[in-house]
Design a protein. Sequence first.
Length: 95
Amino acid sequence: MPSIGTDIIVGFPGETDAQFRQRWLTCIESLPLTYLHVFPYSDRPGTRPARLSAKVDGDDDPCAVARGRFARIAERKSAAVPSITGGPHDAGADR
């Protein structure tokens, strides 16, 4: 039986909650995934996203937003996807 999986980064600079819901929650609910890797965005020195001033729309704590978005994905897919890795503990590890 084939396996279908994907990697998702949540909390990318400028990502709004509406975009998150539309892109990730709607998308993953419709896919027959067998594994899902979810990780919070973290700045990488010298990259363009790291220079963006707006980290995550609507919150002063981008790590908390990323952790919350991970939890929302995990909650929705945990029953249907055998393997969900990554996690909220990674948020802000590089800051």
